[in-house]
Ligand binder design. Structure first.
Ligand code: DOR
Ligand code: ZN
Length: 358
């Protein structure tokens, strides 16, 4: 095992800065998997049906999540939408909402209410900058008829928009969510300290060939080329505080993965931390990284410190996890109590590192 040295190593509990917790019975299934994955702080996505576009909705959702799991800190977000005005931003800040997430129209799950153009939102961004709120970007350009924009280059095609927003609002904290390409990492690095990026566990494993033909590996943005995967693995152990953990764990009922047009999203929550260690091992085994690249300090920074510090949230729970080498395979399927909803986890049947609470 390439990272045997990590067996028994203690780390601060992870902060997962991009999760989809859904609503109703699916939420009840997902919530207990947060801590199982070694995580005690999450930034929660607002793409419910209908999307969360009011502070009241965000706070009501938070209360329901908190009642189901008091031992996790839930950081909440709004869905960028014409309902949101500069006044909404002021109210959101006052009432403890952390960020606003932008989904370009039509690029992913529940993005039909998404943004067509950023310009009408400039007054909202200006207020967010004043209020020191976080703008979370799903960074893909929607496909446009006649143009060569596809799932393969939609992220790269979005990067000029990121750079333009950063230039217009230099003090606005912006996160380019779930980076999948070397070009995206480079663009984020070229920006000032107010721009950062999340990196998922699943994009550390996959390339195009993995999701082409496997609905359980299909997510947005899609995984790209081997060179992109190498760049992501290196970013995780780079020690650069612009890059931190956000799983983008996105559960879908197994039935929505079997339909003719299957849903985008990969479910990684129960093994959030373990999958990162598994991926780094794969990186070592394939010669992309060395075991010396993976240190306790870099893991603590990527998984816990850098995200909290960008979001300016204290590690109020001060909990620790212990890494334990793989003892059992990832479950084939998770089910709700009544058995009505089934979710297939990413890398089902494969061995994965455990995160045990100290
Ligand atoms: O793969 C994805 N699934 N990407 C997203 O941006 C949304 C997410 C979901 O909500 O299922
Ligand atoms: Zn997401």
């Amino acid at each position: 095992m390439a990272l045997e040295k990590l067996n028994g190593v203690e780390l601060p509990a992870a902060a997962d800065m991009h999760v989809h917790l859904r609503d109703g019975d699916m939420t009840k299934l997902v919530i207990p998997t947060i801590r199982r994955g070694g995580v005690n702080t999450v930034f929660v996505m607002p793409n419910l049906v209908p999307p969360i576009t009011t502070v009241h909705h965000a706070l009501d959702y938070k209360e329901r999540l908190q009642a189901l799991e008091p031992n996790v800190t839930f950081l909440m977000s709004l869905y960028l939408h014409p309902n949101i005005s500069p006044e909404t931003v002021i109210e959101a800040k006052q009432k403890g909402v952390t960020g606003i997430k932008s989904y370009p129209h039509g690029v992913t799950t529940h993005s039909d209410h998404g943004v067509m153009s950023y310009e009408p939102f400039f007054p909202v961004f200006a207020e967010m900058e004043r209020q020191d709120m976080v703008l979370n970007l799903h960074g893909e350009l929607p496909p446009s008829v006649g143009e060569d924009v596809t799932v393969l280059n939609a992220e790269e095609a979005f990067l000029p928009t990121l750079l333009d927003l950063h230039k217009r609002f230099p003090k606005l904290r912006i996160i380019l969510e779930h980076c999948t390409s070397a070009a995206a990492l480079k663009a984020v690095q070229s920006c000032g300290p107010t721009v950062a990026a999340t990196i998922t566990a699943h994009h550390l494993f996959m390339i195009v060939d993995d999701w082409a033909g496997d609905p359980h590996c299909f997510c947005k943005p899609v995984a790209k080329l081997p060179s992109d995967r190498r760049a992501l693995l290196k970013a995780v152990v780079s020690g650069d505080s612009k890059f931190f953990f956000g799983t983008d764990s996105a559960p879908h009922p197994a039935t929505s993965k079997r339909g003719e047009k299957f849903a985008a999203g990969v479910f990684t929550q129960p093994h959030a931390v373990g999958l990162v260690i598994d991926a780094l091992e794969m990186g070592i085994e394939t010669g992309v990284l060395t075991a010396d690249d993976v240190t306790e300090e870099k893991l603590a920074n990527f998984l816990s410190h850098y995200g909290r510090s960008f979001y300016k949230v204290a590690d109020e729970r001060n909990e620790r996890i212990i890494l334990s080498k793989p003892a059992k395979p990832i479950e084939e399927i998770l089910k709700t109590e009544d058995g009505k909803i089934e979710v297939v986890p990413f890398r089902r049947g494969r061995m994965s590192w455990d995160a045990i609470w100290k």
